[in-house]
Design a protein around this ligand. Sequence first.
Ligand SMILES: [Zn+2]
Length: 172
Amino acid sequence: MNENDLPSRLRAAGVRPSAQRMAVAEYVLTTDEHPSAEQVLTRVTKRWPYLSRATVYNTLNLFVREGLLRQLVLAEGNVVFDPKLERHHHFIDDATGRIEDVHWDAVKVGDAQLDGYSVREYMVVLRGRKVRRPTVTAKQPTAKQTVKSPPPSASASSVRRETKKSKEQGRT
Ligand SMILES: [Zn+2]
């Protein structure tokens, strides 16, 4: 999101882009951090120390009311703000609490049709930990290549045979 587009975005939502609102918008409408109101306050007042807590909170509420920002209740007492308006899921890291966006198509969800309920929206909150892709150490490649080289249908014995054969070929 280009920061220059923010005033017109605010105006399009019927919000007058005052300096104070722009100060809040610059952070909260462009971040992917899913901050709480307190985190927004900390971030914004770092750059704009004159902004009061009330102003920041009121601006957040205004943005939510006017559809510029989504308010997510991911757990009791854990309310965060999300400027990404298109539907998506969330992953919460157990260790760091960091909330990350998950592409809508990455999770298969059935039809959210409930008898007697009118569903406004839904999302999946995934929890767990981020695992690094295993890094290939110096020892692994040789072992893996031996197993990988024959076609998938090859049995273990044929692998050994092939390995032996190639060794013999190498000698001659
Ligand atoms: Zn999000």
